[in-house]
Ligand binder design. Sequence first.
Ligand code: CP
Length: 369
Amino acid sequence: MSAASRARASDVADGPGHLLAMSDLGRAEIEELLSLTDTMVEVNSRPIPKVPALRGRTMVSLFYEDSTRTRLSFETAARRLSADTMSFSVSASSVNKGESVRDTVETIEAMGIDAIVVRHKSSGVPEQIARWSTAAVINAGDGWHQHPTQALLDSYTIRSHLGSLEGRHIAIVGDIKHSRVARSNIEAFTTLGAEVTLVAPPTLLPPSLEPWPVKVSHDLDAVLPSLDVCYLLRMQQERMTEALVPTLREYSSQFELTEKRADRMAPGALIMHPGPMNRGVEIAGAVADRANAVMTEQVANGVAVRMAVLFMLLGSGRYPMRGFPTEDAEPADEPAAQRPDRSVRPDPEDNAAPENNAAPEHNEAKDPR
Ligand code: CP
């Protein structure tokens, strides 16, 4: 993260930077992370997709809510950067004996960790943990609030297909009201210059849209032909405390991306979904399997984006990522006893000599390319 974003993100606690919301990042910071993701994609394409950039660092995933994609991709990302990982599962933890979030965080921190990746059903929990913790905190989804790494991986996926988001027309379709993905993506897409239209029945929109630079439509059929990206959201029935649509069948009749509707999209337009999908509710099964439906690419890019985020927060992200040695090369880092104290993260504006992590001058001689 750049100096500006790191300073903003660090307001909640002295020491490490955090990634709590898309508002932590300006356009330059987002583009910096997307460029770094290009490098991570290259690392992931190697026969041995592993580099020693975060050797000696430990990331814990603290998930109070279910996840498949986010949790696995953060853990994969950490391992590909040679960080150690710890995984916390509520169902097998002392949370079931009444342990509080704060006591849980303090317990985990006592084991020596550098980053906490947290998902919680309540908005604001990652920010609260960042106030208590000396580790870097990454929000992996909090209530309806934010899911910043989802927005980064979605932006990366669009950029990889369309070159840029500038001037692109993106519709976010469905349950906007309960969606942290929508909130993060609106910020990311508009910051990167896209025109965003929210498409939903009035009951699935938040009461106020005032802060968002978006258009609104209740008519998917009218919007479809002008789109570069149709981004579908899951109907989040677990977050609905009232009946906001008469029936799912009625919702699908107007808002499901059926085969007939998908046929009306422009050639080259993308179909996206954060997952998990409800096939037959917001997207037809056959549409989800089309070539321009890029959900598995989103997942693959999620690993690379999360590698970039971890490296920015825990590694010496100030330095170009070229020159990573492969995992079987001689480690560039010094013995643990001689390592600099990383409990205080370097100021990104400080031009002091780089730490060991992936500094090109340490590694260029070992670069096998
Ligand atoms: N997109 C997403 O957050 O998926 P998971 O709930 O599986 O992590």
